[in-house]
Design a binder for this molecule. Structure first.
Ligand SMILES: Cc1cc2nc3c(=O)[nH]c(=O)nc-3n(C[C@H](O)[C@H](O)[C@H](O)COP(=O)(O)OP(=O)(O)OC[C@H]3O[C@@H](n4cnc5c(N)ncnc54)[C@H](O)[C@@H]3O)c2cc1C
Length: 453
């Protein structure tokens, strides 16, 4: 260990700092900015949107007709530009989404600090008084009254010493990491004919074997025997049990591939992330060869782009004033501090946990890919899962909220991240307005601002 002291420049003073510009952070920044507060959004990447854009995960997992608030505003802007689909899920163009998010942040007067890592927090009179950052200009500090931790990994809360959980309760194992990528050059007619004529090759769930040319929604999980044959001939690696197309734009002849799986990777451990990056590109090369050689209509596919970051599904879940469980979702609990709703197709209960850490995804004993037909699940989200226990001026939003491993399956998806982000931004503003700790914001007023009453 080495200790050193240094005076750091104050780079800015804000009412509210939003840490991380994924779906949750962007929603938090826009909603706090619209409340008239001085807001800074800090992001390590050079774009906004996080996994949804930089990670190439361009599918909003809720039906368009359930989109409300900021999600509806964003997607209506994208739809007007022909860059999103009004379907049972909402596939969108990630690049256009980045531009619209920048425009909405600008309209809400949010200050941006991109290309900037958050490395720590600092205290004044025992209260967290700001963030320490590093960027090309060096180290510096940002002072603020409230922080929304939307880093996805709960980095701010970790620096502040708050408690968290990681992974599955029994063994701390986390879901696999995936580098998403986009391919072009698909002969869509040949490809879709094959898909439609071979239903036994695919998931039985119509949401995972979906070819809707009218809405433009295409999502296909399976290619089971092609994958088996490719493995037998040595073209694919052992852990690949199925091939998964998350979305496809037929007019562009492109598809987003969600098939790479890196297991035993902790997204908060740099060595693990480095291994995931390298191993992802190895898997990607093999998958490209597999597509060209085995999938009808894909013999000329080429790689357009990979995500700028590997997609980490779960890391820290902060322990908040309430830890939401999947049982709460199954019981359809109602909350006095409801801040919005989550709607998405899911299988409920142990068997269908989705992206199991055990490494059998897509195999013949993977219930959620092979047997289950997911049902629409709708539930209320309570404010207390955004409030870390003992926190006075920090809130969390996005995939690091307070919940158990199975509830996280629902809460980590983009729609819930936008809902928790929106609420956290407004709550941070109200907590300044009334000079109260974040756990004591006036609930009725928060719910009014959220359009819930
Ligand atoms: C492979 C994969 C597939 C998925 N599929 C779907 C799907 O089909 N539909 C769906 O709705 N959801 C899906 N999800 C889930 C969903 O996309 C994410 O959980 C969600 O987008 C997370 O949003 P977020 O804002 O909480 O976090 P993130 O998107 O992770 O954003 C966090 C942001 O904080 C920044 N950041 C982190 N740490 C720091 C730091 N220390 N300093 C500065 N910046 C920092 C990051 O760069 C990032 O931009 C998928 C996720 C993955 C990984």
């Amino acid at each position: 260990m080495y200790r050193y002291d240094k005076e750091l420049p104050v780079l800015g003073e804000y009412d509210i700092a939003i840490a991380g510009a994924g779906m949750a952070g962007v929603a938090a920044a826009i909603s706090a900015g619209r409340e008239g507060y001085n807001v800074c959004l800090i992001e390590r990447l050079q774009v906004v949107g996080g996994i949804a854009t930089a990670g190439a995960m361009n599918l909003f997992y809720t039906p368009y007709y359930f989109c409300e608030g900021l999600a509806k505003e964003l997607f209506d802007r994208l739809i007007a530009k022909g860059a999103a689909v009004e379907g049972e899920t909402v596939p969108f163009d990630a690049e256009v989404c980045i531009n619209e998010m920048f425009a909405m942040l600008n309209e809400a007067n949010v200050s941006l600090m991109l290309d900037t890592w958050i490395c720590d927090v600092f205290r004044e009179r025992q209260t967290i008084a700001g963030i320490i950052v590093a960027n090309k200009s060096g180290l510096g500090i940002i002072k603020c009254k409230r922080i929304v931790d939307a880093t996805g990994d709960g980095d701010i809360c970790n620096f502040a010493g708050y408690r968290f959980m990681k992974g599955r309760e029994e063994d701390s194992k986390m879901r696999p990491v995936t580098l998403l990528f986009t391919v072009g050059g698909i002969d869509c007619q040949t490809f879709l004919e094959y898909v439609q004529n071979n239903p036994s090759e695919f998931s039985v769930d119509p949401n995972q074997y979906c070819v809707n040319l009218e809405t433009g929604e295409i999502r296909i999980f399976g290619f089971f025997s092609l994958v088996e044959e490719a493995k037998r001939q040595g073209y694919l690696y052992d852990s690949c049990n199925y091939f998964r197309i998350e979305s496809m734009f037929v007019d562009r002849k492109t598809a987003t591939i969600n098939t790479i799986r890196i297991y035993d990777c902790d997204g908060t451990n740099n060595a693990d992330i480095n291994r995931a990056i390298v191993e992802s590109h190895n898997q990607q090369s093999k998958l490209m060869e597999f597509m060209r050689k085995f999938i009808p209509g894909m013999k000329d596919v080429f790689l357009i782009s990979s995500g700028q970051i590997v997609g980490v599904r779960d890391t820290r879940r902060i322990i908040g004033n309430l830890v939401m469980t999947e049982k709460d979702i199954i019981d359809n609990n109602h909350y006095d501090d409801c801040i919005g709703y989550c709607h998405g197709r899911q299988t409920l209960g142990q068997k269908g946990e989705g992206h199991s850490p055990d490494g059998n995804e897509g195999s013949s004993n993977d219930y959620s890919v092979r047997e289950a037909v997911a049902q629409m699940v709708s539930f209320e989200i309570p404010y207390r899962i955004l409030v870390p226990e003992k926190s006075t001026n920090i809130l969390v939003a996005g995939r690091n909220v307070s919940c158990d491993f199975l509830a996280h399956k629902h809460l980590r998806n983009q729609p819930a991240c936008v809902t928790t982000g929106t609420a956290a931004g407004i709550a941070a503003a109200l907590s300044i307005k009334y000079d109260v700790p974040v756990c004591d914001v006036p609930m009725k007023e928060l719910q009014q601002h959220l359009g819930l009453c």
